[in-house]
Design a protein around this ligand. Structure first.
Ligand code: ZN
Ligand code: ZN
Length: 403
């Protein structure tokens, strides 16, 4: 028997759940391929952050990659900014942003009518806003964007200008700690200048003519300082790649020095083409030691509270898993970053099912991949931070502790 040298790691985002009428979506779905993998592997359940903690996708992904989110996570902004392709540096202060509609000082639409084309708006802001520090502003998909401030004496301890509700006045950005005074001033200045530029912008003049809400202000949220992260390759000696549609996951990968491999036809929704992702991942194993695949649609169905949509998504992705049944010399991991129960419509702290398949594994007698079956498996109950050390041992990359 040859010990596998590579790891193919599936995170099926938010797929685990609680029973509705006696069954979870994973239990109710048709999953011959996932069940075949389960019968070859070892299973367990996992608290991705810790028991009782409701994980965000970002903090959970960091934990699963072996990073301590409590050390490095200060907000979502840095990961979003990295995900839209901004080259963030340790010490930068970053925000996720919305283009929004402002009228008479009130936020009338937090997504500016779900505007699609914001490239020109972002370009004008980059060209014409002048701040007391360096900055990068870049559009993302839809109404989203990211802002990065760079310079000395910046702080992420500032409030948001987002009233969170429509028809409410836009808020002033305030320092939460006294050392953030300068940053708050810069940010208020940014919003003021951006408003002036956006109000006059041809894109918005045209939108008003077409009776569409103009994208004439920027809401700033998720303030965070970019952490100094040891790259994944340095940490584990593994050359790593990520395949994902969600900017947040791509951004996390990017910050950990993990190469993003783009795939056509992936959307991050239940209509995403999972088969293409899996084939791309198998191909990537030729060049990389560790390939992370994030499959996103199930989380969306959980947030929608739609049991059938979630169950049918599981059945759909199961078909694509037939392609990895014959994969050789690779440890395959299938798990989730958190549960998104349809009854909760948000993330919960319920542990997620995990299975590891590969030569040499201590196979248990579990024959199905679901929350209830996995709880009886040979891995028992793990913490997310323990997963990478376990995988490193299974691929023979761990040094002995002691003599
Ligand atoms: Zn997630
Ligand atoms: Zn979610």
């Amino acid at each position: 028997m040859k010990i596998p040298e590579k790891i193919l790691f599936f995170i099926i985002d938010g797929i685990s759940d609680r029973p509705v009428y006696g069954k979870t979506p994973l239990q109710d779905a048709k999953t011959p391929n996932l069940d075949e993998l389960a019968s070859r592997g070892i299973l367990g359940i996992m608290d991705t952050i810790a028991p009782g903690i409701r994980p965000g996708s970002d903090t959970a992904h960091l934990a699963l990659l072996g990073y301590n989110p409590y050390d490095i996570y200060t907000g979502r902004g840095p990961f979003e900014a990295a995900g839209v392709g901004i080259d963030v540096k340790a010490g930068d202060v970053a925000f996720r942003c919305n283009f929004a509609t402002l009228d008479d000082g009130k936020v009338m639409d937090r997504r500016a009518g779900r505007i699609r084309e914001t490239k020109e708006l972002a370009r004008s802001i980059m060209e014409d806003v002048k701040l007391n520090c360096e900055f990068i502003f870049k559009e993302s998909t839809g109404h989203r964007a990211a802002l990065v401030l760079r310079g000395r004496g910046l702080s992420a301890d500032v409030s948001s200008n987002d009233p969170k509700k429509e028809n409410e006045p836009i808020k002033e950005i305030n320092p939460v700690k006294s050392e953030a005074k300068k940053t708050a001033k810069i940010l208020n200045d940014f919003v003021k200048q951006a408003n002036d530029i956006l109000n006059k912008h041809p894109t918005n003049v045209e939108r008003i003519e077409l009776k569409k809400p103009p994208a004439n202000t920027i809401l700033l949220r998720g303030a965070g300082m970019v952490p100094d992260i040891e790259t994944f390759e340095k940490k584990y000696g593994l050359k790593a790649a990520v395949i994902a549609a969600a900017g947040l996951v791509i951004g996390i990968g990017k910050m950990c020095g993990i190469t993003h491999i783009g795939v056509d036809g992936v959307t991050g929704g239940v209509d995403s083409n999972v088969g293409i992702k899996i084939n791309k991942a198998i191909e990537a194993l030729n060049d990389y030691d560790f390939v992370l695949v994030n499959i996103k649609g199930g989380d969306e169905a959980g947030h929608d509270g739609d049991f059938e949509k979630k169950r049918d998504f599981v059945s759909k992705i199961d078909e694509s898993f037939s392609d990895i049944l014959d994969l050789k010399d690779t440890m395959i991991v299938v798990t989730a970053d958190h549960s998104t129960p349809v009854s909760v419509k948000d993330h919960s702290a319920d542990p997620v099912p995990i299975m590891i398949i590969g030569d040499g594994i201590r196979r248990d007698d579990i024959r199905a991949y679901d929350e209830i079956s996995a709880a009886k498996g040979g891995l028992n109950r793990l913490m997310g931070k323990d997963l990478m050390p376990i995988l490193m041992d299974l691929i023979n990359r761990t040094k002995k502790f002691g003599a």
